[in-house]
Write a protein of this length. Structure first.
Length: 466
């Protein structure tokens, strides 16, 4: 395992920006101006997949991905510092397989990375590494110390002062939802069970509290607020919500609240209908949480939205028919910006604004319906109200990367192509183009994506000024 790569500074140029790009390997590393795409990965024998991206208020950024090789994969991470540029990527961990990985960075430049790794054919482990500004990444450490727990997904949230919360669920073996808090002064705290999900036909009917026995839990989400409080959300399948006619087992929405100095409360079903996938949580300056998630409706998968009104009391429901989850940003005052697209009609891309005082006040098409498939939609925003949506759109010879920017004074602009004709890959490639975006306090945005080839896939990032 390569956990201490020497820290060399390197700059990348991605020379293949036009439609005429062929599939040859790009080896160049030289000086590039701010705003030009930089190639972050240099392992042309591997397939880069599944990007994660984090930016702090001052613009320091981390791009995190998996280099996949059959039988052995590596987690790679590259750092960006304003005025200096991109540091050459380094490996954090090596394993037979990785399934879920998250990264977060605080205002001081300290960071955390979490992931789940395959130990053997039946066992997975959740691990973490810590980056200390001015030093390096720590050796990986397991977060789950019970060998009977085999989580395949982990969620991570960090606030600006470096406190963090990790939550994971094991739906196959131990059927638990677990959490572990991180304090920058002392490190990781003890592992706690915050939900029990043992399969049992006697599970409580929705709504109700989650006792010692219920149906399996599904991948959880977590948000840690500025005041140190946190909220975790996941789905629990209960017999009353199984819908055989749809070929799915629908889950009730369960939440658990964490209070500083008191710890986690009891897990309970929230009066929010059902959840199937993609829970996303955000927190305003008052510690109130907003959530989006995907669930079946009429009978398409659709996006739901809700706000936390009081302890275990929520307001909201169906937001958009035909979309499978949606990225969301929340202003300090609690106004929510959501972007989504209709997967069943292949567009359009819509932006919705839901204010804390008046509810849904704006719905705007930011990309009209096209013949090209829209996928991998993501959203970046800052506290001043600027936002940028990014997505991949299928073109004749490959995926195009598109963006639309929202200014606080004028709203959304026109969609524009950021990069054209990212080469498609053949049967050996299992990843999508997967653009991701994150924004600092000044409005600088980093967009990262996967540049695909027939034999490999590289990671590319671009810094967009305000």
């Amino acid at each position: 395992m390569n956990t201490s790569v020497s820290r060399r500074w390197s700059w990348g140029v991605w020379a293949c920006l036009l439609v005429g790009c062929s599939g040859e390997k790009t080896e160049e590393f030289g000086t590039h101006a701010r705003g030009e795409p930089a190639m972050l990965s240099d392992s042309h024998s591997a397939q880069a997949t599944d990007l994660a991206l984090a930016v702090n208020g001052s613009g320091q950024a981390l791009v995190y991905w998996r280099d996949f090789n059959p039988g052995q994969s590596q987690l790679q991470l590259a750092r960006y510092t304003p005025g200096l540029g991109w540091e050459q990527a380094e490996a954090l961990a090596t394993a037979a397989g990785f399934h879920s990985y998250q990264v977060a960075i605080d205002d001081s430049g300290n960071a955390l990375a979490t992931w789940t790794e395959q130990i053997d054919s039946e066992l997975w482990r959740v691990s973490a590494s810590r980056f200390t500004a001015g030093a390096d990444w720590s050796a990986p450490e397991p977060l789950e110390d019970d060998v009977s727990v085999s989580p395949t997904d982990v969620a991570l949230s960090m606030n600006s002062d470096g406190r963090a919360m990790a939550v994971w669920s094991d739906i196959h073996t131990s059927h638990v939802v677990r959490a572990r808090a991180f304090d920058p002064e002392v490190g990781w705290g003890s592992t706690e069970t915050i939900g029990s999900a043992a399969p049992d036909d006697s599970a409580p009917a929705f709504p109700g509290t989650l006792g010692d026995s219920s149906a399996p839990a599904y991948p959880a989400a977590v948000v840690l607020c500025h005041d140190g409080s946190a909220l975790a959300m996941w789905g629990v399948a209960v017999p009353e919500l199984v819908q055989p006619s749809l070929g799915i087992s629908t889950q009730a929405v369960f939440v658990n609240r964490y209070a500083p100095g008191e710890g986690w409360g009891g897990a309970a079903a929230a009066s929010l209908g059902t959840i199937e996938d993609s829970p996303r949580l955000r927190c305003d300056d008052e510690g109130r949480v907003a959530a989006t998630w995907a669930a079946p409706a009429h009978p398409q998968m659709s996006t739901f939205f809700a706000r936390e009104a009081a302890s275990n009391a929520w307001q909201g429901g169906l937001l958009y028919l035909g979309s499978n989850g949606a990225p969301m940003a929340l202003t300090p005052g609690g106004d929510a910006l959501v972007v989504l697209n209709n997967h069943f009609e292949n567009g359009p891309v819509e932006a919705l604004l839901n204010t804390a005082s008046a509810g849904l006040v704006e719905q705007k098409t930011i990309e009209a319906k096209t013949d090209g498939e829209v996928n991998s939609l993501d959203l970046a925003a800052n506290a001043a109200g600027k936002a940028l949506a990014v997505w991949a759109r299928a073109a004749e010879h490959g995926d195009d990367i598109w963006i639309n920017t929202r200014q606080p004074e004028t709203g959304w602009g026109q969609a524009e192509r950021l990069v054209g004709a990212v080469p498609r890959c053949g049967d050996q490639c299992s990843s999508a183009t997967s653009p991701r975006a994150a924004m600092d306090a000044a409005g600088n945005t980093i967009v990262a994506w996967i540049r695909r080839h027939d034999s490999h896939a590289d990671v590319v990032a671009q810094v967009l000024p305000p």
